[in-house]
Design a protein around this ligand. Structure first.
Ligand code: C5P
Length: 409
């Protein structure tokens, strides 16, 4: 775990009712390990799933439940508690709690504290996938986001109710890492990150090329999230029409070979290489000097293989922490894990493409896989996913300092 990453930060942890409430116990521990002062408030429904005693033992502080506990009010009144909090984190945040917050209700202690506090609010939702997908929930989250609340996750996968989909509470370490990125010490301060993004265009003749549908948005979001996390970021961009994120240095390239040369030039000066570019695997064996003319018959193009940039970086004696992307149309987990192993990566971010997903879209859905774990990130804005990816990279590097320094796998 990341020590003293949230030193003495006064976090009010709200736990609402849902089966994921048991995971808030682990979260309390992780927050304290990170140096935070934690005070826990359970909603009435949360107390049906977990006990105040658990949280009292883990937080080392009395746990609050209702508004009408005279003894607790005498010790620290609810307005005092609202002022005490420097951050409010609600995990798990149920659909009901999200709805009540969106409407400014103050019908129990937790919602009253949220209204009475000026502390930034972060919510880690957990609910059945259908409840998550419901227009009412999404609209309520939109309202909360517009007021500055930050939504962490949710993850996706199998659910306690037997369903499968988006709505799982993020793991405790991911929540802590995201909180750090938002409020605490910068996750990647002092780190040099190289990001490749966008498609490559392989010229056929002076007017035509072979390309792909990558918009570059995921890679640009990753570069932005890394810069926000305090890294110095070098972006190598294929042909895209996107503004450069603030604080990011950018080199523009066109073909896979240009991208290869530029990446190899920057690799020795980086600690982390995130290869988000959709690099063309093949290029025309020859680029015609003049525009090809119609022949009235079939035209055969001979293609030759491009260098695999990521594989080449992975084979270096002193290699950075390596993150690849896998865009697949089927068997996502199996193919991506095979790619992680074959290319000897430290982490792979897999996404399903085709049918309006992945490429060229504003939203995305990522499955993160690393040698001994995985995390499914539910569909969301590419920037939110990029922040979660950066948080995961920081956690993995912290957990394995040898890898962070570029030890070979
Ligand atoms: O094998 P595949 O092309 O699916 O691997 C995808 C990953 O490899 C991505 O991270 C991509 O940026 C990288 N790649 C590369 N050079 C290539 C092809 C892919 O760096 N020629």
């Amino acid at each position: 775990m990341i020590e003293s990453a949230l030193p003495n930060l006064r976090i009010l942890l709200g736990v609402s009712g849902g089966i994921a409430a048991y995971k808030a116990a682990e979260l309390t521990r992780r927050l304290r390990d990170a140096g935070a002062d934690v005070r826990v408030v359970l909603t009435e429904n949360a107390a049906r799933f977990v006990t105040a005693l658990t949280f009292q033992a883990l937080s080392g502080q009395p746990v609050r439940g209702g508004l009408w506990d005279e003894a607790a009010e005498a010790a620290m009144g609810h307005i005092e508690l609202a002022r005490w909090a420097q951050r409010i984190l609600i995990a798990p945040a149920s659909a009901d709690l999200i709805a009540r917050l969106a409407h400014g209700l103050a019908d129990d202690l937790l919602t009253t504290l949220c209204l009475a506090s000026t502390a930034p609010l972060a919510l880690a939702p957990a609910m059945n996938q259908q409840m998550w997908a419901h227009a009412a929930t999404q609209a309520n989250l939109g309202v909360l986001r517009s007021r500055g609340a930050v939504v962490l996750g949710p993850g996706s996968g199998s659910q306690a109710c037997g369903d499968f989909g988006a709505g799982r509470l993020l793991e405790a370490d991911a929540i802590v890492a995201e909180l750090m990125a938002l409020h605490g010490g910068k996750l990647l301060a002092g780190t040099r990150v190289l990001v490749s993004a966008g498609p490559t265009f392989e010229d056929i003749d002076p007017v035509r090329y072979l390309g792909n549908r990558s918009s570059g948005r995921m890679g640009f979001a990753v570069a932005q999230a890394a810069a926000e996390a305090g890294a110095s970021v070098q972006l190598v961009a294929g042909p895209v029409h996107l503004p450069t994120p603030a604080g990011v240095a950018r080199s523009d390239v066109r073909s896979a070979r240009e991208m290869h040369a530029t990446v190899m030039q920057h690799v020795p000066q980086c600690d982390i290489f995130i290869s988000a570019a959709a690099v063309g695997d093949y290029r025309p064996a020859e680029i015609a000097a003049h525009k090809l003319k119609k022949t009235g018959g079939a035209l055969a193009l001979t293609l030759t293989e491009n260098p695999d940039i990521l594989a080449e970086v992975a084979a270096l004696k002193k290699r950075p922490f390596l993150v690849g992307f896998a865009a697949e149309t089927q068997n996502l987990r199996t193919y991506a894990r095979a790619k992680l192993e074959r290319k000897k990566l430290d982490l792979i971010a897999a996404n399903r493409v085709g049918g309006g997903s992945g490429f060229d879209a504003a939203d995305n859905e990522l499955l993160l896989l690393w040698p001994d774990g995985e995390e499914a990130l539910a569909r969301g804005a590419k920037l939110d996913l990029a922040r979660a990816l950066i948080a995961r990279i920081a956690t993995l590097r912290k957990a394995d300092p040898a890898r962070a320094k570029g030890a070979k796998r």
